[in-house]
Design a protein around this ligand. Structure first.
Ligand code: SF4
Ligand code: SF4
Length: 206
């Protein structure tokens, strides 16, 4: 149950109007409204234009005098050119293969279970190999719904799915165009044989 102490303020945070007895972390706070001059979009627009013009003038002066430096705001011809991505960048999904070239996924359903966007569809089927039991007859990811969280990669118990392609989801005019099929993901991964037994190259080590 909540109780209502007198409003309190401290220098480190907002004014606390009410605090839950059972859960001290749950509080009702007073929202601080911006000052009138900060609330006006005209002031913000002028400030933004000022920053843009100052960057432009700074860059122009450096280019004119031949003094290029790392503090310059540079532009690139995207998408023909891209900036180097960090090593842990999550790109389009790819599916790994077994030593024999078959898909490494065993259709355990861990990744669709953990996926917060509910965008992984797997239809499992039985294999003749008693040691493997199942494989994904169909494995699709709706990249238009994917939030690129990487949880599917983390959840996979056998390193069957990775997001280290360095590629973005391709633009598409239809929803179907945003679906990555098993075949496309295997193609993207080739050659993508992961060493059996959990050892060998892993995106986590790179
Ligand atoms: S990256 Fe996240 S949202 Fe995308 S398929 Fe994997 S678990 Fe789902
Ligand atoms: S977690 Fe790995 S093995 Fe399990 S269904 Fe997903 S990709 Fe396949």
């Amino acid at each position: 149950m909540a109780h209502a102490p007198a409003p309190t303020a401290n220098n480190d945070g907002p004014v606390v109007l009410r605090e839950s007895k059972e859960n001290p972390g749950v509080r009702t706070v007073q929202v601080v409204r911006p000052e009138e001059e900060d609330a006006s979009y005209i002031t913000a627009t002028i400030k933004g234009l000022g920053i843009t013009v100052s960057h432009f003038a700074k860059n122009l002066a450096k280019v004119a005098t031949g003094r290029r430096s790392s503090s310059m705001v540079e532009t690139i011809n995207y998408p023909e050119e891209t900036i180097p991505y960090p090593k842990r960048n999550r790109g389009l999904h790819r599916l790994m293969q077994r030593d024999d070239g078959n898909v490494r996924c065993v259709a355990c359903m861990c990744c669709p279970t953990v996926c917060p966007a509910d965008c992984i569809t797997i239809i499992p089927a039985e294999t003749d190999d008693a040691g493997i039991e199942k494989y994904p007859a169909r494995f699709e990811i709706d990249e238009l719904r994917c939030v690129v969280c990487g949880l599917c990669v983390e959840a996979c118990p056998c390193d069957a799915i990775r997001m280290d392609t360095g590629m973005h989801a391709l633009p598409s005019e239809t929803r179907a165009g945003g679906i990555m099929t098993k075949e496309k993901m295997l193609e993207l991964g080739a050659p993508s044989t992961a060493v059996q037994g959990g050892s060998g190259p892993s995106w986590k080590d790179e």
